[in-house]
Design a protein around this ligand. Structure first.
Ligand SMILES: NC(=O)c1ccc[n+]([C@@H]2O[C@H](COP(=O)([O-])OP(=O)(O)OC[C@H]3O[C@@H](n4cnc5c(N)ncnc54)[C@H](O)[C@@H]3O)[C@@H](O)[C@H]2O)c1
Length: 272
C-alpha cells in the first residue's frame, strides 16, 4: 500500500478504445495500492471503464470531465480535486495525440492541436496543481513522453516535437521546484500495445493486421511490444517514495528498443 493516504490526478485517465490504456492502468495500479484517484478525461464513454476498474479494486475515484487544453476547465478540475480530497500528491500528465506525417503533410491546425493537447496541457496542469504541492512541500509530477522524442519511429513531426518539448519542460521545471520537495520526471515508453495503437493498426492494415502487429513485436530486442501495465509499474515506482531522489530525468520503458540499431532482435549468436 505504497500510496495509502495519497491523491493522484490522472489526466487522460480513459481509454480511446476498449482495453488497457496507459491512463487506465496507472489509475488502477495506484488505486490498488491505496491512492484516491481524480480521473480526468474529456470523454465520459472513454472514462467510465476506468472508473469501474478502480471501483473493482476497491478504490475511490472522482470523475472529472474536462478538456486539458482549456485553462478554465483544468483549473476547475484541480479545484474540485482539492475540494474533495484536500491535496494532490501525484499528477500524471498523460494526454497525447498522434498525427502522422512531415511538415508538408500536416496542416497548421494539426500542428497547433497537437502542441496544445500534448504540451500546453502539461503547462496548464502544472500551473494549477503546483500551488497545492508547494503548500504541502511535496508532490511528484510525471509526464508521459515517448521514445519518439529522441528517435525516429515513423514520420510524426508534430508528435515527436511535442514529446521533445515535454522532456525539456520536465527538466526545467524539475530544477525550479526541487528545493520545495517536488519532483518532476517523465516516462519514455517505446512501442506499447495500447488499444489506441492496435485499433489504428487494424484500421490501417485490415486483413494484414496480425502481420503488422508481429512486425512491431519483432523489432523490439525483448521480442514484444510493451503493455500499458509496463508503463503503469514504472509510473508507480516514480510516484513512490522509493524514487525520492529521482527527478529531472526520463525513465525509458521500451524493451531495449532505443539502444538497438539492428531493427530486429539480436540473433543470440556470439561468434559472428
Ligand atoms: N501507446 C504507445 O505506443 C505509446 C508510446 C509512447 C507514449 N505514449 C503516450 O501515452 C499516452 C497515452 O496513450 P494511450 O494510447 O494509452 O491513450 P489513449 O489515447 O487510449 O487515451 C487517452 C485518453 O485521453 C483522452 N483525451 C484526449 N484528448 C483529451 C483532452 N484534450 N482532454 C482530456 N482528455 C483527453 C481520451 O479521451 C482518452 O480517453 C499519450 O501521451 C501517448 O503519447 C503511448
Amino acid at each position: 500500500m505504497r500510496f495509502q493516504g495519497k491523491v493522484a490526478l490522472v489526466m487522460g485517465a480513459g481509454a480511446s478504445a476498449p482495453g488497457w490504456s496507459n491512463g487506465k492502468a496507472v489509475s488502477v495500479l495506484l488505486a490498488r495500492e491505496g491512492a484516491r484517484i481524480a480521473a480526468l478525461d474529456f470523454n465520459q464513454d472513454n472514462l467510465q471503464p476506468t472508473l469501474d476498474a478502480v471501483a473493482e479494486v476497491g478504490g475511490d475515484s472522482l470523475p472529472l470531465i474536462a478538456d486539458v487544453t482549456r485553462s478554465d476547465q483544468v483549473k476547475a478540475a484541480v479545484d474540485a480535486t482539492i475540494t474533495r480530497y484536500g491535496r494532490i500528491d501525484i499528477l500524471f500528465n498523460n494526454v497525447g495525440l498522434q498525427a502522422l506525417g512531415g511538415p508538408e503533410d500536416i496542416s497548421e491546425e494539426t500542428w497547433d492541436r497537437l502542441m496544445s493537447a500534448n504540451v500546453k496541457s502539461v503547462m496548464l496542469a502544472c500551473k494549477y496543481a503546483l500551488p497545492a504541492m508547494r503548500a504541502q512541500r511535496s508532490g511528484v509530477i510525471i509526464n508521459n513522453s515517448s521514445l519518439a522524442a529522441i528517435s525516429f519511429l515513423y514520420p510524426s513531426i508534430a508528435y515527436s516535437s511535442s514529446k521533445g518539448a515535454i522532456d525539456a519542460f520536465t527538466r526545467n521545471l524539475a530544477v525550479q521546484v526541487a528545493p520545495e520537495g517536488i519532483r518532476v520526471v517523465a516516462v519514455r515508453p517505446g512501442l506499447i500495445a495500447t488499444p489506441r495503437i492496435t485499433h489504428r493498426l487494424r484500421e490501417r492494415f485490415g486483413s494484414d493486421y496480425q502481420k503488422a502487429l508481429e512486425d512491431r513485436h519483432r523489432v523490439v530486442p525483448m521480442g514484444r511490444m510493451g503493455e500499458a501495465w509496463d508503463v503503469a509499474h514504472a509510473v508507480a515506482f516514480l510516484a513512490s517514495d522509493e524514487a525520492r531522489y529521482i527527478t529531472a530525468t526520463e525513465l525509458v520503458i521500451d524493451g531495449g528498443l532505443s539502444a538497438s540499431a539492428l531493427g530486429q532482435p539480436w540473433s543470440g549468436e556470439r561468434n559472428l
